[in-house]
Design a protein around this ligand. Sequence first.
Ligand SMILES: O=P(O)(O)OC[C@H]1O[C@](O)(CO)[C@@H](O)[C@@H]1O
Length: 568
Amino acid sequence: MASSSLICETGPWKDLRAHVEDIKKTHLRELMSDTERCKSMMVEFDGILLDYSRQRANLDTLNKLYNLAETAHLKEKISRMFNGERINSTENRPVLHIALRAPRDSVINSDGKNVVPDVWQVLDKIRDFSERVRSGAWVGATGKVLKDVIAIGIGGSFLGPLFVHTALQTDPEAIEFAQGRQLRFLANVDPIDVARNIAGLNPETTLVVVVSKTFTTAETMLNARTLREWISAALGPQAVAKHMVAVSTNLTLVEKFGIDPNNAFAFWDWVGGRYSVCSAVGVLPLSLQYGFSVVEKFLKGASSIDQHFYSAPFEKNLPVLLGLLSIWNVSFLGYPARAILPYSQALEKFAPHIQQVSMESNGKGVSIDGVPLPYETGEIDFGEPGTNGQHSFYQLIHQGRVIPCDFIGVVKSQQPVYLKGEMVSNHDELMSNFFAQPDALAYGKTAEQLLNENVPQPLIPHKTFSGNRPSLSLLLPLLNAYNIGQLLAIYEHRIAVEGFVWGINSFDQWGVELGKSLATQVRKQLHASRKKGEPVEGFNFSTTTMLTRYLEESADVPKEDCTILPKM
Ligand SMILES: O=P(O)(O)OC[C@H]1O[C@](O)(CO)[C@@H](O)[C@@H]1O
């Protein structure tokens, strides 16, 4: 394929298009009756079992997808990523989050320099700092141990660490290390988020970690200034040095803000924000909460998947298979969304994290060469843990729109409960649903079955399930730091696979800029109107009306020196 031609113009793409009609002839019910087919659609790596037999696909589909991958130069693109080439061409940067979790002795070059020693220098610094804070060797301005941490950050500087923290919170090993400590995340610029995060905390025992790749993000910087004020007001300005540290690629701005560069933890522009959880962005707050040894296991889990992704043949490669199946669903079967349904409350923040990684990466309208795309890329990701989701949006998934689902289950619960006299343990109850839902979606229920059950005729259309709704299942042995790292890397690489085949740049995010710059204009207007009484000007009728109403009706709220102590 010539570098500027679009993937949709190639033979394998057209072949898959034609193949859709064949696949549509066979209901999933029938596909599932072919045991050989199902056997070939189960793949295992490092304890994780993937079953994709409930995809609307047969072996022919898979072969055609492999042809598409080859035509898209998928293997070469993966190698270019691992080799540190500047594949994020619009920002002229390599994409090397795999280096963040590489073993100490590995060599990953970027511009002829091995980046792994730099990564480990920061990891060692985090290990040392977090141990000092946890042991009480590093104390706050009044000599008290810093047992609580607020991590300020947004987007990629927030969602990944929050997902991992939430997943570890009930892991027995992690709990041991987190005794007496709290980790909170302040992301939204909404003052309510500030109030909720500082509620019940004492500045004397709190460490604030400001996490921002650029150190310019408006929300994060305002929240950082707000908490700096919270600390200064209580303990004096000199306390900031003991109570605030930073994670950033921009150490100059960190210093300007007033944080000692010695208390800053670096990362590099070859780490995309949404791919940064394995950098100091995630490793620092998580190590403060759980200790570095737990976080190191998380990095090892991710690294195991990195090696697998790099070297396994496509037919056995979990991220490649998942990525290709997503392309099949989005680009050929025409299903625009994907539900991420972990049957584990510990994974409640997994879907929100993947939402950002996936939608910010692959929600693009032009090819990597800037050519407008005649096909859609990316998918609408959403999700909730089961069984909660079953009582929320599954109705639509079963009888309304077709939404391919990822079911994620865990063999051993982090917190098993078996009540005397119950038929099954609580975890078995949860997992009964994990196993039942994919079949309900695939098989459905026919009018004939309902008639046999003596369902009254008028209800038959309402109780019929068409079935034929695709899903895949991932079964994890446990949910510990290692498995959480594996899960993260599987999804990160799946998203890269999709972008590589669609021929887009999955590693830039220009689409977030326009809204930010318009907010700057509004911010200036609010300032001018509130301070100098200037009328709203330069906006369209709709925005002018709304802004004017907002200014009028909020005229009585405090404008200056508003207390930042929580009223809750
Ligand atoms: O880490 P930073 O530079 O504060 O950016 C926060 C987030 O904002 C974004 O740029 C989107 O607005 C994300 O890509 C990024 O993760």
